[in-house]
Structures are given as C-alpha cells and as structure tokens.
Design a binder for this molecule. Structure first.
Ligand code: PLP
Length: 402
C-alpha cells in the first residue's frame, strides 16, 4: 500500500463530459488585464466574438451571449419565446431532458413529456405522432437535446425538423447543443431551429460560466408576444446593446478573450476536422468498451454520441465506487450516473481539446482500473482502440500514396 501523499504527479485525466480541459492558448488569452467594458477595445472584442460565434452555430442571425451556465441559457430560451400555461413537447432522454422539463414546470409552462428508458435518442416519428395528435395546434414549442450528456445519446435534429414540418405543426423548435456544439455537425439556420442553446465548457473548450442562445426570425417574432417574466435574460436589451458592441450589464470580459481564441482554434483545425476527430475518438472508445465485453448504455448505434460514452457496470459492481478507485489510483475523472441508473454506469467524456494519445491514456487507465476493481471484463480494449485509430490514420495516407 502506498504511503499517504499530498501531491499527485502528472496531468489529471479529466474525462468527464464537460467541463473539458481548457487549452493553454485559451488560458493565456484570458490571463490579461481587465479592460473597460464600456470602452472601444471591449467593443471591438465583443464584435469579434458576436460575429465569430455565429460561424460555430452556423447562423446569419444574432447569437446572444450570457454570463451564465447552460442552465441560464435554457431558461432564456423558454422565457423569451413562451407565455404562462403554454404547452411544450419535451423528451425524457435522461437527466438533462428531465431537468429542462422540471424548469419548464417551475416557469409555469405545461410540458408534455415523452418518456423513454434513458437508453435512446429522440425518434423523429414519435415527435411527428405527438404533433399530429395535437389537432388544435396548442403545443407552442418542441424542446429537444441534441446530445443527452447523462447517457451519451445524439438525436437527429435535421430529421426532427422534417418531422415537425411533416406534421404541419407551427410549434417553435428549441434545441440544446450544450454537449454537442463544436464537436459534431450542427446547423442552426439550415436545420430550421428557432432557439439553439449552447454552453462554453464542452466543445468550445472554455471554462464554465458562459452560454448562448442562437435565434431565428420566428423566435424573435415570438419574443415580441411572449409574456413569461424576463429581466436578466431578456433578448431585446441584449440585442440592442450588442449592436454597438456592449452588454446591458458587466460582461465576463475574460471569457470573451477566451471565446475569441476558441473560435479561432476551431477554424484553424477546420470544423469538419474537429467533427471527424470526435467521431474517430468516440468510435475508438466504443471499440474498447465492446472488446472489454461491457455494454454501451445507449442501445442503438444510430444514437451513439460523438462526445460521451456511458458504460454499463456488470451486475453487482457500482459505478461510483469504480470512479472513486480510478480517481485515487490513476488520477482520472469520469462522469457520474443519474436517476434510475444511479451507480449502474460511468461516463467517459471524449470531447473538446483531446487527441488520440490522450484518449488511449484514458482508456489504458480505465482498463487498469477495471482490473484493479475486479470488474469482470476481457483484456484488449486499449489494443482494439489503438488498432482502430491506426486504421483510420493509415487509410487516407495509403490512398494519397497510390
Ligand atoms: N444541458 C446539457 C445537455 C448539459 O450537458 C448540461 C450540463 O452539463 C446542461 C444542460 C446544464 O448546463 P450547466 O451545468 O452549464 O448549467
């Protein structure tokens, strides 16, 4: 048994599905003297951020930047478009789908909640059916999580848009991209989303504390008649001040310095390359899990998340005990489990500023921790992941040489 020690050597493996590790370049950009938030230098910075972030949401419309975590942007999306008693269609994809529904209730909305067993994404056909049944078109908004962080389920937003259109329903479409934005393809305008909710601390590689609402013209029109109370989150004040590069209150200046870098870094790598990297690392992780003989929480591969893989624990083994042992021994953090599945799984985050080597290190720690914890599994998960990564990298090079 090792002696008690107050120092842990080496870099921590932060494999939670956000906050994700913040690159040194972003930390350095934020490590700068405070400037006047009503001065010209700030206005230039804010303009660069307000314009730059649109390219990440893929919208020509404004994106509102809040000094709040993702939960704030959830609230902003609801209070700016809806009125007390409005019916909203929501889906129980997992913990976050449930929390958004609870928020809607607290705000005086009437959620219609499509339940699931937490092991799937959103089936567009289910949305279409619910909307067709709403003969009087009373549902005012459809609220969906692009990526359910608590389970690792990605839902097909473009197809859900088509389902809403197929039902001929006028409901607004509100989408949470907190754990998918800047990690997988997302197109606010092209996919006809009315409000996209985003967060800073995952694909954007920033610290927590900033969140976003991308808005459509329909959402802006709904804002004019929406009567839910709003003050801090009101879009109109923000949009007016943003036009000249300012905010209605003291904005998080250091976060904006970071956001500017984040947008630049994503474009330097190329958004499509960022998405391909996430897909590659996610597939490598799933291959490791399958080689270990363990089960991926989300059953149908078509819903598998590019940013998070939730791994079911075999019967009689507790996910939280496993996470504690892995942290103490190998200095790695995984995401926790929630709700009806508390203790029954752990989540490997593979998003943000992460590369092949980091992932392999994390998977090696995981394989060692599984052995140490006595969790029944087969060896060779790390090897399977490495083989996959090599095959992906070898593919294009071979083609280029031919
Ligand atoms: N929605 C999703 C999909 C999330 O993953 C999270 C947080 O992880 C939230 C909403 C809430 O965001 P926050 O914790 O930043 O308030």
């Amino acid at each position: 048994m090792a002696q008690n020690s107050s120092r842990v050597a080496g870099r921590h493996f932060l494999q939670i599905p956000g906050p994700s590790p913040v690159p040194d370049r972003i930390l350095r950009a934020m490590d700068t003297p405070i400037i006047d938030h009503r001065g010209p230098e700030f206005a230039r910075l804010a303009k660069r951020c307000l314009d730059g972030v649109k390219t990440i949401f893929k919208t020509a419309n404004p994106v509102i930047i809040y000094t709040a975590t993702g939960t704030g942007a959830w609230e902003a999306a609801l209070v700016n478009t809806l009125s007390p008693g409005d019916r909203v269609l929501m889906v129980e994809t997992g913990q976050f789908g449930t929390l958004w529904k609870k928020m809607a209730e607290k705000l005086g909305l009437k959620p219609e909640f499509i339940t699931t067993d937490w092991r799937t994404g959103v089936d567009p056909a289910v949305i279409e059916k619910a909307l067709r049944e709403d003969k009087n078109k009373e549902i005012k908004a459809v609220c969906v999580l692009h990526n359910e962080t608590s389970t690792g389920a990605l839902s097909p937003i473009a197809d859900i848009r088509k389902a809403i259109d197929a039902a001929g329903h006028p409901a607004l479409f509100l989408v949470d991209t907190i754990s998918s934005l800047a990690s997988t393809d997302y197109r606010h305008d092209e996919w006809g989303v009315d409000v996209t909710v985003g967060g800073a601390q995952k694909g954007l590689m920033l610290p927590p504390g900033m969140s976003f609402n991308a808005v459509s013209d329909r959402a802006l029109a709904a804002n004019k008649t929406s009567t839910l109370p709003k003050s801090f989150f009101a879009w109109d004040d923000m949009l007016n001040m943003n036009k000249v590069g300012f905010f209605p209150y003291t904005p998080a200046t250091q976060m904006l310095w970071g956001l500017e870098q984040s947008v630049q870094m994503l474009h330097e790598e190329g958004l499509d390359n960022v998405f391909a990297r996430h897909d590659r690392l996610a597939e490598a992780t799933r291959r490791a899990v399958r080689a270990w003989g363990l089960e991926i929480m989300v059953r149908d591969p078509k819903y598998h998340s590019p940013t998070i893989t939730a791994v079911m624990m075999p019967e009689g083994h507790d996910g939280d005990a496993f996470r504690s042992l892995a942290l103490e021994t190998f200095n790695i953090s995984y995401g926790a489990s929630f709700g009806p599945y508390a203790g029954k799984y752990f989540r490997i985050g593979h998003l943000g500023d992460i590369n092949d080597g980091t992932l392999i290190g994390a998977l090696a720690n995981t394989e060692m921790a599984l052995s140490l914890a006595g969790v029944p599994h087969k060896k060779g998960g790390v090897q399977a992941a490495m083989d996959y990564l090599v095959s992906v990298h070898a593919g294009p090079k071979r083609q280029a040489a031919e």
